[in-house]
Ligand binder design. Structure first.
Ligand SMILES: Cc1cc2nc3c(=O)[nH]c(=O)nc-3n(C[C@H](O)[C@H](O)[C@H](O)COP(=O)(O)OP(=O)(O)OC[C@H]3O[C@@H](n4cnc5c(N)ncnc54)[C@H](O)[C@@H]3O)c2cc1C
Length: 485
């Protein structure tokens, strides 16, 4: 019997797989997506981005934390916040997102095959579900299987007590205290959310600071704000052993420095592993690295040219937005559809409280490269919108070339930072100097005005004699108080 044959078989229905499949379908190709879970959407929809962001929205709303600098520390929308309160919103969003993706696939005639995919050979995929298996043939394959939380044998995982980020979504109750091991994006985001609802959080990170790829000044600002929320940061410390206390009442994390941290629950959040172990990669002539990840070239091709990989399975930056774009670009390359674009600028969004975002280069990177740059800073309190939303500590920072004034990087922390960044991303992509911000008119009152304030501040710094700005005022960052009207 002839096996069904496709121009593209995508393994995994997360953001990378979806966008690759839809793009190929729109180019008129026959496409199938294989998904081993019962629902489309991947980690992004079911255990990662969307659930965590839905919980964050619930936290921000129910705690009223954003309003406290106006109405006082005691202000709250709901007195006793439960895990069910946090998950309520999540279920609704996940259901709707799944419906949207399913409909998109159906509308574009993408075949959905539910089951575990593995290679029979480089052009043949076996799809197994329960006791049944089908086989499909593929001219091209995209491996978009994503990642799973790493679960080292030495960590005694136990539901509700010693958990990974998937286990957090299964908690019946909010614990009174939690130790989070790992100060990467996931650990840091959950630390902020849980602390905001009153969980006593201790975050252990072996590096001397959180989020090593984030601009130093922004990361320092975040650490200050996290400590201010009551989070205990144990930086430069590593966990030697995790065990339940003899009476089972606490989880004990013993640090290499001989300290002991006790808490009701421990979230282990160090590393994720590429989900390649069940793919039978050798049958396709491929091997993954020790963390299950695949190596690709600039077109997202593996060593076997018709087998591509995209999304978290190829490693950093492992974000939903970058995964989507990688999937789309891989599928464009497969079918010789020119993308005609310069190197894509990937923004980063980190949904801590407050949120962080960035695009382009950081001060550390520019310094390491010996590239000259100047800085222009705006604090939210210098804009009317910053005062209206009561986020005086928000900050937007522009890095630009001192001669051409071309924008090299944008870094932001504060309300709406992940939205605000896209203005800078667009200006960077267009290769415009920061003068663009000075000459533009922004809606008032908006946070977008921060771009103008930061640009003026930056231009002041590179102007000969550099102490006063165009209006004869001191540079913006030297002002301790909001600008007078
Ligand atoms: C807690 C958490 C929070 C996050 N927050 C954010 C955020 O705020 N912003 C952001 O941009 N990113 C965030 N991310 C990252 C984001 O979720 C990922 O970057 C994104 O989901 C990766 O997409 P992907 O397409 O590579 O794979 P995934 O979304 O991981 O999907 C892979 C799919 O492949 C399927 N699969 C695996 N193996 C097989 C097989 N053998 N056969 C068939 N199917 C298979 C899996 O079941 C899964 O459905 C977060 C991640 C986590 C864990």
């Amino acid at each position: 019997m002839a096996h069904p044959s496709y121009d593209l078989v995508v393994i995994g229905s997360g953001p990378a797989g979806q966008k690759a499949a839809l793009n190929a379908a729109k180019l008129g190709r026959r496409v199938a997506v294989v998904e081993r879970e019962q629902h489309v959407g991947g980690v992004c929809i079911h255990t990662g981005t969307i659930p965590s962001k839905a919980i964050r929205e619930a936290v921000l709303h129910l705690t009223g934390i954003r309003e406290r600098s106006v109405y006082g520390d005691g202000y709250t929308v709901k007195q006793r916040i439960t895990m069910q309160d946090l998950l309520y919103r999540c279920r609704h969003v996940v259901r709707t997102e799944v419906d949207v993706i399913r409909a998109q696939m159906a509308r574009n005639n993408v075949a959905m095959l539910f089951g575990d995919a593995s290679f029979v050979d480089a052009h043949t995929i076996r799809v197994a579900r329960d006791d049944e298996a089908t086989v499909v043939r593929a001219r091209h394959v995209l491996i978009a299987v994503g990642t799973e939380p790493a679960r080292p044998a030495a960590v005694p995982f136990l539901p509700g007590r010693v958990i990974d980020s998937n286990g957090l979504l299964e908690l019946a109750e909010l614990p009174r205290s939690m130790t989070i091991v790992g100060g990467g994006v996931i650990g840091t985001e959950y630390a902020c959310m849980l602390a905001a609802v009153g969980v006593r959080v201790t975050l252990v990170e072996s590096r001397p600071r959180l989020l090593e790829f984030v601009d130093d000044e922004i990361a320092e600002s975040l650490q200050f704000r996290m400590r201010d929320m009551g989070i205990r940061l144990r930086l430069g410390e590593s966990v030697a052993k995790i065990a339940l206390s003899p009476d089972g009442a606490a989880v004990e994390a013993s640090l290499a420095s001989n300290k002991m941290i006790r808490s009701e629950t421990l979230l282990y959040s160090i590393g994720r592993q590429g989900a390649t172990d069940r793919l039978n990669l050798p049958a396709a002539g491929l091997v993954a690295d020790a963390r299950g990840r695949l190596k690709v070239n600039e077109h997202y091709q593996t060593e076997i040219p018709h087998v591509y990989a995209a999304g978290d399975v190829i490693g950093f930056p492992a974000l939903a937005a970058t995964s989507m774009e990688q999937g789309r670009l891989a599928s464009c390359h497969m079918f010789q559809h020119s993308t005609e674009q310069a190197k894509t600028l990937f923004p980063f969004g980190i949904y801590t409280i407050p949120e962080i975002s960035m695009v382009g280069q950081s001060e550390q990177e520019l310094t390491a490269a010996g590239a000259p740059y100047e800085v222009g800073i705006a604090r939210y309190r210098e804009t009317a919108r910053g005062l209206l939303i009561a986020d005086p500590n928000g900050l937007l920072k522009l890095l630009f070339h001192p001669d051409s004034r071309r924008l090299l990087g944008v870094h932001a922390i504060g309300t709406g930072a992940t939205e605000l960044i896209h203005i800078g991303q667009t200006v960077m992509a267009a290769g415009l100097p920061i003068d663009y911000f000075v000459e533009s008119v922004f809606n008032y009152p908006t946070l977008a005005e921060c771009y103008k304030v930061a640009a003026l501040d930056g231009i002041n710094r590179v102007r000969p004699g550099n102490a006063v700005d165009v209006d004869g005022e001191e540079p913006a960052t030297d002002r301790a108080k909001p600008k007078a009207a």
